[in-house]
Design a protein around this ligand. Sequence first.
Ligand SMILES: CC(=O)N[C@H]1[C@@H](OP(=O)(O)OP(=O)(O)OC[C@H]2O[C@@H](n3ccc(=O)[nH]c3=O)[C@H](O)[C@@H]2O)O[C@H](CO)[C@@H](O)[C@@H]1O
Ligand SMILES: C=C(OP(=O)(O)O)C(=O)O
Length: 435
Amino acid sequence: MEKIIIKGGNRLFGTVKVEGAKNAVLPVIAATLMASTGISKIYNVPALADVYTIKDVLKHLNAKVTLEKNQLTVNATRPLLTEAPLEYVTKMRASVLVLGPLLARYGHAKVAMPGGCAIGSRPIDLHLKGFEALGANVHVGNGYVEVYANKPLKGAKVYLDVPSVGATENIMMAATLAKGKTIIENAAKEPEIVDLANFLNKMGARVIGAGTETIKIIGVEQLKGVEHTVIADRIEAGTYMAAAALTGGNVLVEGAEIDHCRAIVSKFEEMGVTVMPEPNGIRVIGPEKLKPVDIKTLPYPGFPTDMQSQMMTLMLKAEGTSIVTETVFENRFMHVEEFRRMNADMKIEGRSVIIKGDRELQGAEVQATDLRAGASLVLLGLIAEGYTRVTELKHIDRGYVGLVEKLRTLGADIERVDEATQITTEEPVEKVSSL
Ligand SMILES: CC(=O)N[C@H]1[C@@H](OP(=O)(O)OP(=O)(O)OC[C@H]2O[C@@H](n3ccc(=O)[nH]c3=O)[C@H](O)[C@@H]2O)O[C@H](CO)[C@@H](O)[C@@H]1O
Ligand SMILES: C=C(OP(=O)(O)O)C(=O)O
């Protein structure tokens, strides 16, 4: 079994480089399916398990895809299939993002219905509501969801009950080739939505207002392949910022975009962390003592749920009591049990966790329950007494490229091993993606 083993106690110093954003690159890659002419070239593509999964989905659909040194090339000009089987959706929920593009281009798409996951039930009702508003029929049965249009999609007004990131992206993509004007109200405002809109507009789409709660899409006849550089991953950046703050270190998180990290930065500052924007990134200097703080996760520009568990690691070191309230996903506290195995004093009360800080944390054998939980257990290992062994690394590989190497370069005592063979196994992304 593969494990990450960390010996706690080292402060982190130096520079760490942030990759392209997982949550931006996945919808952008899905959108390349709509390019009926030309080749799409996507730069700054992180070599993540999720990227290999979506690449496999595109290949299955008959697109020609190559990934070389962070550059992904997609030729989707030959006829495509419109059905993605279960194996891809179980590996990665974001596989449902091919629904919008295929519906737009072919009037038909079918994917396995995604189930819940470790952070909540995660329905796709709002995606489907949007497709129906554009004139598509939706059929759910035998574990699949099928969307089809008997006549061309027609622009419409769609109000989202919650500003879902995935629903906004899927509806935005479907609407690019619909006749007339679509308006998405209460749209998600995440930077990844803006990145997707920028890519679609380069492809020839007319998307206006991405980044605000009202997005207008004027349908066009066809889209073409173009070049695009994906934005930096604000959650990966936040994770390394947390590592620096937690260990009392001094780290430059290179490539991190301060404008996308405002909520994170503001909470770090409340805790007494020094955060300095520099021309090529964000410098974080951890104090000797952290102050307690309360956070509530919210859609962007609120505090991101994807940084919730990493923030808890800082709270565990703070002098006093902090409270985390999770409002985005109904079940994103699975990591609390694992933190407790490391002697953390945490109590779940409904949608909140009360965290008593400043207690000695102890190394233990713990399991990553989702990708951010996995990264957070590694963070906690950096300050725990003795050795921490983190298992279920497939989750971490979905969202972090070279986590172990990057932390080691900053001075952490950390390695990744396969205990069955006692071989150090670093960067196994391709292997994991084929599990
Ligand atoms: C690949 C990707 O970009 N993943 C991100 C995306 O996930 P994802 O796009 O799945 O998250 P959503 O924004 O859709 O989910 C937000 C909330 O809306 C609910 N909901 C969503 C869709 C729907 O049809 N019905 C419904 O009720 C969800 O259950 C959840 O409670 O945004 C999340 C919220 O910032 C992040 O944690 C994920 O990292
Ligand atoms: C929840 C996350 O991603 P996904 O939606 O891909 O599961 C995440 O990135 O923390």
